[in-house]
Design a protein around this ligand. Structure first.
Ligand SMILES: NC(=O)c1ccc[n+]([C@@H]2O[C@H](COP(=O)([O-])OP(=O)(O)OC[C@H]3O[C@@H](n4cnc5c(N)ncnc54)[C@H](OP(=O)(O)O)[C@@H]3O)[C@@H](O)[C@H]2O)c1
Length: 350
């Protein structure tokens, strides 16, 4: 029996998830929600560069809620503050659909209080589950680095360093508004938690550290930020437009998880438009560094299959992979918000 899947938002990531669903023999598209008026009515296959499916995109949430589906892949753009999409997720969950988000939700129980209560109540109402997936949030911290501690008899500190060039990212709203590139240094204060990009990202990555801490039985006391913004050393022409010299061309986001008064978990993310401020010339996508006994260093790259000349990046394909592999987990889980499992591997039987 095929999983019936709704794709929510069809930007760079959502389109790839949709394509992965269409291509998968155990999945069928049940619906597509879009924000852009221009995509309303388009066939899912046309959006995903695939043959027609007979399923047409809508921007009517009521239509989506009325569909019979197993799971919704939620790939909307982040907007401040973290949690600003909760209202949509709650309606989807309450309507009986499991939800996979690529924008956090890897350990919603971390927040407790009203927010958790609302999400949990929606899951109970709809007998549904909420699960976070994606690469980061989703994979490198909650799964890869955490599993790697399995060789250690002592763990002092786990650090993840992600380095991603944002030059190919096309959507100007995402690049300039959501991520803050091209802002004047006087307007970009990443350590101000109410500044837009920080307000979106801080909660999301705090939850990653909280998920790691939960798996490692560490009592997370606080998450502190050490973010930095670097002005561009020259005018930069990137896929989303122009980043003038002296406006922000590189963010180094850093969250430190404090356990027992010490920094024991660190997430560092370089999102950059030029390499001038990187610590290494050619950093890996991820370096995981565990200090402990023994220590461990792992460098990870993603590569497309040889001969794949599509414009899709390995990272986009991989985000969709994490989502597809998570579908059986969210569908089989008891109702409720989920801590991202330590492993959601590929299954050759799916
Ligand atoms: N977990 C991970 O590893 C991971 C990796 C990369 C990205 N992400 C997250 O995934 C999200 C989507 O990334 P992307 O590359 O697909 O971005 P994108 O290309 O900018 O697309 C985002 C899509 O969101 C929809 N949208 C438009 N206006 C919106 C609004 N006001 N509020 C919410 N959504 C709106 C649009 O969907 P339609 O075109 O269908 O109208 C748009 O195409 C980002 O927020 C990013 O943080 C997660």
């Amino acid at each position: 029996m095929a999983y019936r899947v709704i794709q929510w938002a069809t930007g760079g990531m959502g389109k790839n998830c949709l394509r992965a669903v269409i291509d998968h023999p155990a999945m069928e598209v049940a619906g597509v929600y879009v924000y852009g008026q221009g995509k309303v009515g388009q066939d899912a296959g046309d959006i995903a560069r695939r043959p027609e499916t007979g399923i047409h995109a809508t921007n009517d949430i009521e239509e989506i809620l009325s569909l019979d589906a197993d799971v919704v892949i939620h790939a909307a753009r982040i907007s401040p503050p973290y949690g600003s999409h909760d209202a949509d997720l709650i309606r989807l969950l309450a309507s009986g659909k499991n939800v996979i988000s690529i924008n956090g939700f890897t350990h919603p129980a971390h927040w407790g209080g009203e927010r958790l209560a609302r999400l949990e109540a929606a899951c109970q109402q709809g007998n549904s589950s909420l699960l976070g997936a994606g690469l980061n949030p989703g994979f490198v911290g909650e799964q890869l680095a955490t599993v790697a501690t399995g060789v250690c008899s002592a763990v002092d500190h786990v650090e993840i360093v992600e380095s991603v060039s944002c030059v190919p990212v096309r959507n100007p709203d995402y690049v300039f508004k959501a991520l803050g590139f091209g802002a004047k240094p006087s307007d970009a204060d990443p350590n101000n938690p109410s500044w837009g990009p920080a307000a979106s990202l801080n909660g999301m990555y705090e939850e990653v550290l909280a998920a790691m801490a939960a798996h490692l039985d560490m009592a997370l006391e606080a998450v502190v930020t050490e973010h930095r913004a670097f002005p561009a050393t020259q005018d930069l022409t990137v896929a989303a437009g122009l980043i003038p010299k002296d406006t922000i061309g590189h963010y180094r986001w850093r969250w430190r998880g404090i356990v027992g008064g010490k920094s024991r978990l660190t997430m560092t993310i370089h999102w950059f438009m030029e390499t001038a401020h990187l610590d290494e010339d050619q950093p890996s996508l991820w370096t995981v560094r565990i200090e402990g006994q023994p220590g461990l260093v792992m460098r990870v790259e993603l590569e497309k299959r040889a001969g794949d000349t599509s414009p899709t990046s390995a990272e986009q394909i991989a985000v969709a992979g994490t989502v597809i592999n998570a579908i059986p987990h969210v569908c089989e889980a008891p109702a409720g918000v989920m801590l991202r499992p330590l492993a959601t591997p590929f299954s050759d039987r799916l």
